[in-house]
Ligand binder design. Structure first.
Ligand code: NAP
Length: 284
């Protein structure tokens, strides 16, 4: 009672439908506390038919911006007055902020993917050939990151080959589409293998791949982070390959949004990671 806006600080959100599974509040609240900032980050369940109204009344409802997750990312892309280059390339918005009263949309997934590999396997930037498993929204962000880093050859391998072809078409001739059965033939020349399918995630079937044909210097990463150690990563480590889990992508993609809303660039630290890992271990 009687609290002024100055006491409460800036208010940011993550909105989706459903939203209770989101770990974003844990990440942003950790940083708010660590940096001693008076602000808040709230999870808001917004049904699809209410999203346009929600997004057009941010200032009136006291928000400085927030994250957008499934199923609103494409809708947010269409509603934004302007979008950053990553959002344009990915075709979806996961971060909203206000500039001179206008709602601006960004996408931080490609940044998060690249920053995670920079931390865990810096040699990934010299990869010439990458294999991307999956052709959904996350795969598009990963391909944008690979293209930005200069990876010359990208093979998209997907259960539904037509979907891989549709995704590859959005890019230049360095991105090709393949059916799943073509994977063994691609692995001997693959410097970077990335799983972007939902296979291996808790509650989903496992991702079973023979990693034996990969070169000894190959890097393997999985953007699934629950469980943290997927069967793909375990198989890669058993073979002595560098393997990077997907939690870092989630943590790093949160950095640019926090900086825009709260004015300070937070760090992805071992302490933050341990905080989220502890939550993952509760098995939600
Ligand atoms: P999506 O658009 O629904 O795409 C799912 C992909 O998985 C498609 O390529 C689909 O193939 C494939 N797939 C699903 N079930 C399969 C099965 N039984 N066999 C073979 N392939 C199967 O999902 P998304 O948004 O791209 O997300 C994919 C995963 O990435 C999710 O697990 C998500 O949690 C994770 N993710 C992580 C981060 C992070 O920060 N670490 C960020 C974004 C997403 P078809 O095309 O044949 O259906």
């Amino acid at each position: 009672m009687g609290q002024s806006m100055a006491d409460v600080g800036r208010r940011a959100f993550v909105c989706g439908h459903p939203i209770s599974h989101s770990r974003s509040p844990l990440i942003h609240r950790f940083w708010l506390a660590e940096l001693g900032l008076a602000g808040s980050y709230e999870a808001v369940d917004v049904a699809p038919e209410r999203f346009a109204d929600f997004a057009s009344h941010l200032t009136q409802n006291g928000w400085v911006g927030g994250n957008v997750t499934i199923p609103h990312k494409e809708h947010a892309f269409r509603l934004a007055a302007r979008r950053d280059a990553a959002a344009e390339a990915i075709g979806a918005v996961n971060t909203l902020w206000l500039e001179k009263g206008e709602m601006i949309g960004g996408n931080t997934d490609a940044y998060g993917f690249a920053a995670n590999l920079d931390a865990g396997a810096p040699a990934w930037r010299s990869a010439e050939t990458a294999v991307v498993l999956g052709a959904g929204g996350a795969a598009r962000a990963v391909i944008v990151a690979l293209r930005t880093a200069g990876v010359a050859n990208i093979h998209v391998v997907n259960r539904t080959r037509e979907r891989a072809a549709g995704l590859a078409q959005l890019f230049d001739s360095g991105v090709g589409a393949h059916a799943w059965h073509e994977l063994p033939g691609l692995l001997p020349h693959c410097h970077l293998l990335i799983n972007t399918t939902s296979l291996g995630m808790s509650g989903q079937p496992p991702l079973v791949i023979d990693v034996a044909p990969l070169p000894t210097a190959a890097v393997v990463t999985d953007i699934v982070y629950s469980p943290l150690e997927t069967s793909l990563l375990a198989a890669a480590r058993r073979r002595g390959l560098v393997a990077v889990d997907g939690l870092g992508m989630l943590l790093h993609q949160a950095v640019p949004g926090f900086e825009r809303w709260f004015g300070q660039r937070p760090q992805v630290t071992a302490g933050l990671r341990a905080h989220i890992v502890a939550d993952l271990e509760t098995g939600r």
